[in-house]
Design a binder for this molecule. Structure first.
Ligand SMILES: Nc1ncnc2c1ncn2[C@@H]1O[C@H](COP(=O)(O)OP(=O)(O)OP(=O)(O)O)[C@@H](O)[C@H]1O
Length: 254
């Protein structure tokens, strides 16, 4: 099994954050990693996407956010990684109110979040390996550290053999796995995945969710939006459902 302690990918040093900020630190803790306090989101066109939503995400959670198209799932994730601001209420990350963070403090917090998008968002002119390394280059990691991290991240998603391929030479499922490797290569304690299975067939969707589950077992807090309730129920994890901007926590399935 993939072990946190034995994995160089999760034990390397990084130049701009402290060792405590590695994913390892969230294992077995029950502290709150993120919280939404009475969050309402109204877009500039008047569309109300979320209505007075309260949500607490604990370190170590594997949380599914489900709901119909337009229910507000992506909006909720965007608020968590600061791509959108609430119209009312507050978003808190690791004890910091996002709206109070600027410059380096905001950049530091964002480095502690990995994001996976439904449409992969890979750079077509770069190889798989280069796509994964992009984040590390941007964060100022040393070349030796980048080499040390990229291989294990690709192995984690089962794509070591495709390191030199370009995205267009990969299937959709493989491209999504590259985007997961890119999202976790800097060892963020929190991974947000926005409909990572949305473009995939059932087999590939299941593979992607298994990878996210494996990340969870080694200490990453995972939040996944997914409109496929059958898939979500099969995973027997914490589930919240958004219905027209209102949030409802579903009883844990067994
Ligand atoms: N940038 C925007 N400007 C205006 N309205 C927006 C914007 N982004 C989202 N919305 C609206 O907010 C509502 C929620 O959208 P959101 O993308 O969060 O839903 P979703 O549950 O993720 O949907 P889907 O499953 O189809 O991706 C929708 O009515 C949508 O049209």
């Amino acid at each position: 099994m993939f072990k946190l302690s034995a994995n160089p990918w999760l034990t390397g040093t990084r130049p701009t954050t402290t060792p405590e900020s590695d994913a390892a630190t969230v294992v077995s803790t029950s502290k709150t990693i993120a919280q939404l306090h009475n969050v309402t989101k109204i877009y500039t066109n008047g569309c109300c996407s979320l209505r007075s939503v309260n949500l607490r995400i604990h370190a170590g959670d594997f949380l599914f956010i489900t709901g119909d198209s337009g229910a507000g799932k992506s909006t909720l994730l965007k608020l968590l990684y600061g791509a959108e601001q609430p119209s009312e209420g507050q978003v808190e990350m690791e004890g910091n109110l996002l709206r109070n963070l600027r410059g380096r403090a905001l950049a530091h917090l964002r480095r502690r979040i990995g994001v996976v998008f439904q449409d992969y968002q890979l750079i077509l002119s770069k190889t798989v390996e280069e796509n994964v390394a992009v984040v590390l280059h941007a964060q100022g990691f040393a070349r030796s550290e980048i080499r040390r991290r990229v291989g294990p991240a690709l192995r984690m998603v089962g794509l070591a053999a495709k390191a030199q391929c370009f995205p267009e030479q990969l299937s959709g499922g493989e491209q999504q796995r590259v985007s997961i490797a890119r999202a976790i290569v800097h060892t963020p304690p929190l991974l947000l995945a926005d409909e990572p299975t949305g473009n995939l067939d059932t087999h590939n969707a299941w593979t992607v969710l298994q990878i996210l589950k494996r990340l969870h077992t080694i200490g990453v807090t995972v939040v996944v939006t997914c409109h496929n309730e059958q898939l979500v129920q099969a995973f027997a994890q914490r589930i919240i459902r958004l219905e027209a901007g209102n949030l409802r926590e579903l009883p844990l399935s067994t």
